[in-house]
Each structure stands twice: as C-alpha cells, then as structure tokens.
Design a protein around this ligand. Structure first.
Ligand code: 6MZ
Length: 371
C-alpha cells in the first residue's frame, strides 16, 4: 500500500478496495435517472406536474428540512411493489459496482392501502428486487429463509474470465419518527418474523424534529429483549435529553452523532459504541460549518469505533468511495489508515459470525494483493 499519490489515483484506490456500507437508506439512494423517469411517468398520468419536481430532484445542496420534503416526494414516486423491487435492485448494483462487499440496506416498511401494500408485502418487494439482480452476485436470504449465494456462473469475455462483483446484502427495518408506538411495534414484529430472511436489525430514523423518544421506546425495547440489534439516528439535532435517553438505551450502533456534548461522548467512548459517520450528508444538511470540524477527526484520533457511510447516495450525489476519499483528504489519512477503517467495519455488522468470517477473508485477500 504505497503512500504518496495524486488526487485521481487516490480516488481510484478508494474505489478499488473492498468496503462495507452500514448506513444507507433505500429511498435515499435512488438514482437521479430513475427518479426522473418515474416522475415523467407520473407526470404523463397527470398525478404530478413534472416541471415542478424536476428541479427539486436535480438540486445539489439541501437543508435538513428540504431533505424530508424530498423524501415525501420520493415516496410518491416509488410507491408500488414493482418500483420498490426496481430501486432495490439498482441500489445494490450501484453499491457492488464500487466494491462494497457487504451492504446493510435500511428501509421503512410502508402500509399503502391504495396500492394494496402492507409492511410485509413492501418487504417482500425489497427481497424480490434482490432476487432480480443479475449483473453482480448478491448473497442474500430469500423470503423462504433460503440463503441465496454466489452461485451464478462467472461472466465470460473472450478467453478471460471476468470476476463478477460479489456483495452480501442484509436488511435493517427502519421505524420512521412520524410513526405511532403501534406502527413501530408492527415493524419490530415483522423484523423478528423475517429474521430468517436476512433482516438483521432495527433502525430509528426520520425527521429528527418530529416525534418523541417515549413513543418508540417500547418497540425498541421489544427488539432488544428479542436479541435484535438496534441502531439509532442520534444527535442529528441538538436535543440533549433525547441523546441521553438514547445512550441510556445502549444501542448496538448510532448514526450521525453530530450534537453530542463532551460528557455524552465520554459515555459513548466508555461503552465503545460504534458510530456511523456520514460526512457529505452532515455537510450538505448544514450540521456543521465545514467538513474539517466534523467530529470524525476527534473520534478517529481517540480510536473510537467508526464506520464511514453514505446515508443517502442519491439525495447527496455521493458514493462510499467518495466518502473514504473525503475522510482521507480532510483528515490526512493514508491508504493504510483507510484500509484499516474499511476492514475494521466487519466487526460492527449485524450479520452472523459466518458472514463476518467470510468478510475477514475477503479483506485479508485484498490486503495481500495491495501490499
Ligand atoms: C434521518 C433519514 C435521513 O426508509 O423510505 N432518512 N432520517 N436523517 C437522515 N439524514 C439526512 N436520510 C434518510 O428511506 C428514506 C427514509 O429514510 C430516512 C427518512 O425517514 C426517509 O423518509 P426509506 O427507504
């Protein structure tokens, strides 16, 4: 892993190494081209006015409030089962294309009576999307509980075999902060039912100014009691009381953690709780004045468990390689540091030890080739 290199070479290197993505929201990762196509179709049907939404989809910088307005639009564009399957397939293919070898994809199961959709049928549409993947070898667990693994033949080109990209996919079910206790409980029950089908945990997300911790706590406790790991969007805004309640809960991971105060960090440090870092997302949604003051810097120096993630690749026009590059360029990390970060993320995944073992081998193999 040679040291000094130029801007373009470093970007390419970040793309080439195996990576793990633990914080990506399905509907936040839809390709712009797909969103535009879906918006055009709905425009032709007269359901929306295309010219009104086109510029919103293509906008570059967005405040946190605008993000949540946009999610409502995304959910209008991607409402039926077929579209959910399509976006799942595309999102996984996009992550695999830049050498993500393990993806924990999170999404909020939705009830939509008009589309004949229940939370369970939404989840089935997601799994159908995984089944439809052909351009890469996706290892996931089928709705029947059967492990689908890298069994497809290698794609041949001339006399040379081209190794197909391989990606493990596991699912986290998200509770939206707008939901009631009963709806949150329904999501956790579904996750427990679908544990055998690749659902490995629960996420609490959604607009951080909406909802009360006490509304979600019973469902999150239920998950904990049944051994289902939980990750929380924690401290995306400065809400001291909620941050402390979340730390009291002892989740398996936290995301963002932009507004923790020194004694909150002391607790997080003592409990060594892994933090999902989303640099571009935090910058674009103005959680900080500039990237070099991001808490990643201090946490990295303190050797706190960290995993670099994207949050919403579509919404923020980013990808995981870019986030690794950004961390290196901003905080002076070299290739060895970045490779250590990506390898170490294996320890924070929610999938079982069997998957961890295979991933460790993938990283060892990559390290020997990069040396
Ligand atoms: C909090 C976020 C988020 O679940 O419909 N979501 N929640 N903070 C963020 N940072 C910007 N980014 C995405 O994906 C979209 C949903 O994920 C959550 C929001 O609830 C959003 O509606 P799914 O697939």
């Amino acid at each position: 892993m040679g040291e000094g290199c130029g801007f373009a070479e470093m970007k390419e290197w970040c793309r080439s190494i195996p990576k793990i993505e633990l914080h990506a929201h399905l509907n936040g990762c839809i390709r712009d081209s797909t969103l535009l196509e879906l918006a055009k179709e709905l425009g032709q049907k007269g359901d929306i006015i295309f010219s009104d939404v086109e510029h919103v989809i293509m906008k570059y910088g967005r405040s946190l409030t605008e993000c949540f307005q946009l999610f409502d639009l995304f959910h209008i564009l991607a409402t039926d089962h077929e579209t959910i399957s399509r976006i799942t397939k595309e999102v996984v293919e996009d992550f695999a294309a830049e050498n993500v070898v393990y993806l924990e994809l999170r999404t909020t199961p939705k009830n939509n009576i008009a589309k004949g959709m229940s939370k369970q049928s939404y989840l089935k549409a997601v799994v159908d999307g995984l089944k439809a993947i052909t351009s890469v070898d996706a290892s996931f667990i089928n709705f029947s509980g059967r492990a689908e693994s890298f069994c497809k033949p290698l794609h041949k080109s001339g006399t040379n075999d081209i190794k197909r990209k391989k990606i493990y996919v596991r699912l986290l079910l998200s509770i939206d902060r707008r939901e009631t206790t009963a709806a949150a409980m329904e999501t956790v029950s579904l996750a427990l039912e679908m544990k055998e089908c690749g659902v490995v945990g629960i996420d609490l997300s959604g607009n951080p100014v909406v909802g009360e911790w006490s509304t979600f706590l019973p469902a999150l406790m239920y998950a904990k009691e049944h051994g289902l790991p939980v990750t929380l969007h924690c401290g995306e805004i400065a809400n001291r009381k909620e941050i402390q309640e979340m730390l009291d809960f002892s989740p398996e991971r936290i995301g963002h953690a932009c507004f923790l105060e020194e004694d909150d960090w002391e607790r997080a440090r003592l409990s060594k709780i892994p933090v999902e870092i989303c640099l571009t997302s935090n910058l674009r949604t103005e959680r900080l004045s500039s990237i070099d003051v991001h808490h990643f810097g201090n946490l990295y120096k303190a050797q706190h468990p960290l995993v670099i993630c994207t949050d919403d690749t579509g919404l923020f026009s980013t990808n995981l390689s870019n986030e690794y590059y950004l961390a290196a360029a901003t905080f002076g990390l070299d290739k060895k540091d970045l490779f250590y970060l990506s390898t170490n993320a294996v320890e924070f995944i929610f999938a079982d030890d069997g998957v961890k073992k295979v991933l460790r081998e993938i990283f060892q193999d990559a390290e020997s080739r990069l040396a």
